[in-house]
Design a protein around this ligand. Structure first.
Ligand code: SF4
Length: 126
């Protein structure tokens, strides 16, 4: 029986050129059409095998430290797409018990995926 191919249309986000790519997986083989450089081909392969996205959300801070302030955070690097909801939930459950400054790690190695969540603002002084 002939194996069916999985086909994804992907816009490369590695550089502003935004090449339109067609990524095909058939059997164990992946082909990337439309990429004009090696970085784009690698991105196309990743989009087929383990797509990743940046995530931005907020983390609560102990009200004794900063009232009802919600601290904006983002992933330092892209997170596997399949973990995005779980990472958002982990951030939602977190209550920070210390003051942090912009760029500081708020949740290291979130869910063991190797990516830190970092603050994108300072926790204000009361
Ligand atoms: S394939 Fe290469 S040139 Fe095209 S958008 Fe991606 S990185 Fe840029």
């Amino acid at each position: 029986m002939e194996e069916t191919a999985e086909i994804k249309k992907v816009t490369c986000t590695v550089c502003p050129r935004g090449c339109q790519m067609t990524v095909t997986r058939k059997g164990g083989e992946i082909t990337v059409e439309g990429a004009t450089c090696a970085r784009g081909r690698a991105y196309g392969r990743e989009e087929m095998l383990d797509p990743k996205r940046m995530i931005t959300t907020t983390v609560r801070v102990d009200p004794a430290i900063a009232g009802d302030f919600l601290l904006p955070v983002r992933s330092r690097t892209p997170v596997p797409k399949k973990l995005l909801i779980a990472v958002a939930e982990e951030c939602r459950k977190t209550v920070l018990s210390r003051r942090v400054r912009i760029g500081e790690v708020v949740i290291p190695d979130v869910l063991g995926c190797g990516v830190d969540m970092v603050a994108t603002a300072d926790v204000p002084e009361e």
